[in-house]
Design a protein around this ligand. Structure first.
Ligand code: ADP
Ligand code: MG
Length: 708
């Protein structure tokens, strides 16, 4: 029987019902799925080297013998670290794993067994080792020399040798000897011959890309002389597949972008009178980065299409001021503006700032949060609806259906990563194509920004207000805690204030961690001379408000808190941030928390206290914090440690799962794919040309998969 790309997998020779079931469970249903089961790497049977000759940073592949397999708990946590120590006649080296590549991975090895190790040599504390290398038992039957053996993931229940065979069969019957087209069948019922290639020839020519079928074939059967390229994922075959994966993403962004450009916006006048007046009342001058970003924003407001801009800037760089000044321009033009923020505390803080700024102009600024009394909310709804309120600042409460603006011209979302795509969209729908500005203090590496925010223009505040000193960050272990608290007492005596942050509100039965409520009580007993306050997310908003005000006014000297203070809270006199169980926090969270200090003229400190159960990864995170204050560097390190999937969270970013592409490794390909996608959209915006038909079908097919 003729094999097509959509032939169900069990009809492939050598598969049969049993293997068919196993494959289907793994979502390999058709021949095409099988060919898209890409090798995660290759076993390089060409290379040979001895353990004693390994050099740091070298990518190597060599044969060795298993010496011992260890598995130990990391500190007191339930997480385990695995280690395979391998040896040859020249020495031993350890292969470390902080997570298991797949279930049963380590059970496959026993002392004395011959294996091949493939990976990058690294140095940790002066000792050479591997982290997460590929270790494969050497199968006798596959002892072919001079070959790159593809390695597949998730092969549970499938013999790797057999898998390679059926893939070879699929390649043979689909790519090498494809069934001829059945010309007696009417064209619309004809099934495609071989592997259809969605990318048109002009694009492949221009970007130097292989055909899809050639790429697929080579990926599963790489030529040994190009081993190096395949191991590094830089071969033409791999680039072709990676290009296509990234191309779909960029094409989606390119269309979204094109759609926005088509929308009509309220075209505003560049009225700057109010902006200038506000500026003259400030006690500081805008940094030149702020001025530039404000200018970019106002220029957008005066264009015929809605602004769609991201304002990026490290914690404390002064994004809010830029946003509020842009609001002034919108309001002067007679439109309403609103700002949505993720927490009540932050909403209240922005509200206060805004009220103060706009007070001299008699402009009505309102606050809207979920915890307000229903009658108060109703009053705000009314004022928004009649257009009396010119600026409304609030939380998610802003997207309730009762909120109807009279003439909403400008929507701002602060800390946008805290909101889902839907929430951002529903707020935007409150106006007719309003101008749209999102702000984030999670500086996402530029490389990723263009992917995730590929449909946005980006303004970056890359400069801190004058006079800010870098924050000194140190990690200490739990046994030095009392020393840290002593340091806190000194600072308080000097008139400063401190935050002490805990991962939990209350004691938890499951995990043995210090929590805010208990420690608040302990600290009060231990240091009666200090006025402590307690703040956490389970408190009523009025309580939180009272505490925050007391802290701002200096009545509370040390604020014991959970991460509710993570976002945006601004008290310039606070110069010490103590984070307990710092190992429990992610890098961007740590950076956000640290950003609460270093806002005034005083030298600021951040102390990260580590508990006992500290994984290698947590230690790495904390060391990044010690090394740099720069949010971009922090986020790049974060991306490296966690990988793009976890870094962005697939849900919030709308990133599809890639089968081969890797956003860090494949940055260059990403740039090309982006260029190609935008080119295609301007060339054939309706995708009506015949050569773009497969692209058009693919987009329709995948419409629901990509959001954002
Ligand atoms: P972000 O939201 O970017 O983290 P904020 O907007 O909260 O930062 O600003 C942090 C603090 O810096 C605020 O108190 C703000 O009033 C102040 N600020 C903003 N711009 C400047 C400036 N150019 N010079 C001095 N202080 C500034
Ligand atoms: Mg902010």
């Amino acid at each position: 029987m003729a094999i097509h790309i959509d032939t169900p997998i069990q009809f492939l020779k050598g598969v049969g019902p049993k293997l068919g079931d196993v494959l289907r469970k793994r979502q390999v249903e058709t021949v095409s799925d099988l060919l898209e089961w890409y090798p995660r790497g290759y076993q390089d049977q060409r290379a040979c080297c001895s353990i004693s000759s390994l050099e740091v940073d070298q990518h190597v592949s060599f044969q060795a013998q298993v010496y011992r397999v260890n598995s130990v708990n990391i500190g007191r946590s339930r997480r385990r670290m695995h280690e395979i120590i391998v040896s040859d006649s020249t020495g031993k080296i350890s292969c470390k794993y902080f997570r298991s590549p797949y279930r049963g991975y380590f059970e496959r090895f026993s002392a004395g067994q011959q294996v091949r190790v493939t990976g990058k040599v690294i140095e940790y504390r002066g000792v050479k080792q591997f982290q997460h290398p590929v270790v494969e038992p050497i199968e006798d039957t596959l002892q072919e020399e001079n070959k790159l053996l593809p390695l597949y993931t998730d092969t549970e229940g499938i013999n790797p040798g057999r898998l390679r065979k059926i893939i070879a069969l699929a390649i043979e019957s689909l790519i090498e000897n494809p069934a001829p087209a059945k010309l007696d069948v009417p064209e619309k019922f004809r099934r495609p011959v071989g592997v259809p290639d969605p990318l048109p020839d002009w694009l492949k020519d221009k970007y130097n890309l292989l055909t899809k079928s050639k790429a697929l074939q080579l990926i599963h059967q790489p030529p040994p002389e190009l081993g190096e390229e395949y191991l590094k994922f830089t071969s033409n075959a791999q680039k072709r597949i990676i290009f296509e994966e990234l191309f779909w993403l960029e094409l989606h962004l390119a269309f979204k972008r094109a759609g926005i450009v088509k929308e009509k916006a309220y075209q505003l006048q560049p009225k700057m009178e109010m902006v200038q007046k506000i500026l003259s009342t400030l006690s500081f001058e805008l940094t030149s980065a702020q001025k530039r970003c404000l200018q970019e924003t106002i220029t957008d407001l005066t264009k015929p299409h809605p602004m769609h801009r991201l304002l990026q800037g490290d914690v404390g760089s002064g994004k809010t001021m830029v946003a509020l000044l842009a609001c002034a321009c919108v309001i002067e033009n007679g439109y309403q503006a609103c700002v949505m923020v993720p927490t009540e505390i932050l909403a209240e803080q922005h509200y206060k700032n805004a009220k103060k700024l706009f007070a001299p102009f008699n402009i009505d600024v309102e606050l809207l949060t979920g915890q307000m009394k229903a009658s108060d909310k109703a009053k705000v709804y009314e004022k928004i609806n009649t257009g009396k309120t010119k600026l409304c600042i609030g939380t998610h409460a802003l997207i309730q259906k009762e909120v109807q603006f009279e003439k909403l011209g400008f929507v701002i979302i602060d800390e946008q990563h805290r909101f889902g795509v839907d929430q951002r969209l529903s707020l935007r729908k409150k106006g007719i194509s309003p101008h749209f500005l999102v702000m984030t203090a999670t500086p996402i590496p530029r490389t990723l920004a263009m992917t995730v925010y590929g449909d946005l223009d980006v303004s970056v505040i890359d400069e801190m207000p004058k006079g800010r000193q870098p924050i000194v960050t140190r990690k200490v272990f739990d046994n030095k805690r009392s020393k840290v608290m002593g340091f806190m007492c000194d600072q308080v005596k000097k008139g400063r204030q401190a935050y002490i942050v805990y991962p939990l509100v209350e004691e938890s039965e499951k995990i043995d961690l210090k929590n805010a409520v208990d420690e608040f009580e302990n600290l009060k007993l231990q240091y009666p001379q200090i006025r402590f306050g307690l703040l956490h997310g389970k408190m009523k908003s009025a309580e939180k408000e009272t505490i925050m005000r007391a802290f701002r006014d200096g009545d509370i000297q040390a604020l014991v808190s959970t991460t509710v203070i993570e976002v945006g809270v601004d008290v310039a006199n606070a110069n010490l941030m103590i984070i307990e169980h710092a190992e429990r926090f992610g890098l961007s969270q740590l950076h956000q928390l640290r950003g609460r200090v270093g806002r005034g003229e005083h030298k600021s400190y951040c102390v990260l206290i580590l508990g006992y159960a500290v994984s290698e990864e947590s230690k790495q995170r904390v060391e990044v914090m010690e090394r740099t204050n720069d949010g971009f560097k922090v986020s790049e390190a974060d991306l490296e440690i966690r990988g793009p999937g976890q870094f962005l969270g697939t849900k919030q970013s709308g990133l599809p799962g890639f089968k081969m592409a890797n956003l860090i490794r494949d940055l260059k390909v990403l740039q090309l794919a982006r260029q190609a996608a935008f080119e295609l959209v301007s060339l054939d915006p309706e995708l009506s040309r015949k050569e773009h038909q497969l692209i058009s079908e693919n987009i329709k097919l995948n419409k629901d998969k990509i959001v954002g």
